[in-house]
Design a protein around this ligand. Structure first.
Ligand SMILES: C[S@@+](CC[C@H](N)C(=O)[O-])C[C@H]1O[C@@H](n2cnc3c(N)ncnc32)[C@H](O)[C@@H]1O
Length: 248
């Protein structure tokens, strides 16, 4: 009797092992789930401290690109797991956390205001913990507090970056000039996305050089794109953004 029970047990175990053995491998959450996860983290880490985001000088006025818009940008610019994403003025860390989690790429950011950079730090740490819990492959994230125009590390990032973001609608002309000096060090093929045109009158898609092109402008192919209502946090209206592709 005892021997028969053992055999039934072994046969049953074999059947169970076969079922698990033929099951498809477990896959992590899809992009939509990850964006949802990021919104939950944002609600916990950023929303309660929203007061700290307000009240900057003109150049540090806060506003964000919304997750769906960011995903479209990442698709349009082919941000992949082996890419490096850099956000010049990374605010609460929303863009770097999203790039690292939905694309699995390296994502670096620099933020001038210490109170805002501290929020980014909590956002990024929470994102890393969630990625571990959910088994989401995540790229290295680095968010530093500092001035993008005076930070040696930023120049190294820019030289290696595949996608640079400058949400520069409120940057003063002097800061945009400094950014323009930085981006000349981007590698060929790398892309800069900005919300305000850098006035880089370079080579257009048909290969014609616009008149008035300056030295930096000649290094980029520039195209204008539309964003829509709901794409940015500071307005319900749509607007333009600019994709600059380094050609030399
Ligand atoms: C409009 S917010 C963009 C937030 C985020 N990048 C996004 O697009 O969702 C611009 C950020 O740039 C920061 N900023 C302005 N001047 C800066 C500088 N010189 N160095 C680093 N960050 C700066 C501001 O403090 C602000 O948080």
């Amino acid at each position: 009797m005892q021997e028969r029970d053992d055999q039934i047990f072994l046969d049953t175990l074999k059947i169970i092992n076969n079922i698990f053995g033929s099951a498809p491998p477990l896959v992590g959450p899809d992009t939509q789930c990850i964006v949802h996860l990021l919104q939950e983290i944002y609600g916990r880490c950023v929303k309660p401290k929203q007061e700290h985001l307000k009240g900057g000088q003109e150049e540090t006025v806060y506003g964000e690109l919304m997750p769906e818009f960011l995903e479209r940008l990442f698709d349009e610019t082919h941000l992949e797991s082996d890419s490096l994403f850099v956000d010049l003025g990374s605010g609460a860390g929303n863009t770097v956390a999203q790039a690292a989690l939905t694309r699995g790429c390296k994502a670096f950011g620099i933020e001038l205001r210490s109170a805002v950079a501290a929020i980014a730090d909590t956002m990024v740490k929470a994102a890393i913990v969630r990625s571990q819990i959910w088994g989401i492959p995540v790229g290295k994230i680095d968010v530093v507090c500092g001035d993008m125009t005076r930070n040696a590390e930023v120049l190294e990032w820019i030289q290696a970056a595949d996608l640079v973001l400058a949400n520069n609608l409120k940057f003063p002309p002097s800061l945009n000039e400094n950014v323009k000096n930085l981006i000349q060090f981007m590698k060929p093929g790398a892309i800069l996305v900005s919300l305000e045109s850098f006035g880089l009158c370079g080579v257009n898609r048909s290969g014609a050089v616009h008149s008035g092109a300056d030295d930096v402008g000649l290094l980029f192919e520039v195209s204008t794109h539309q964003y829509f209502s709901g794409d940015v946090s500071w307005s319900n209206a749509g607007g333009e953004y600019y994709i600059h592709r380094k050609i030399a």
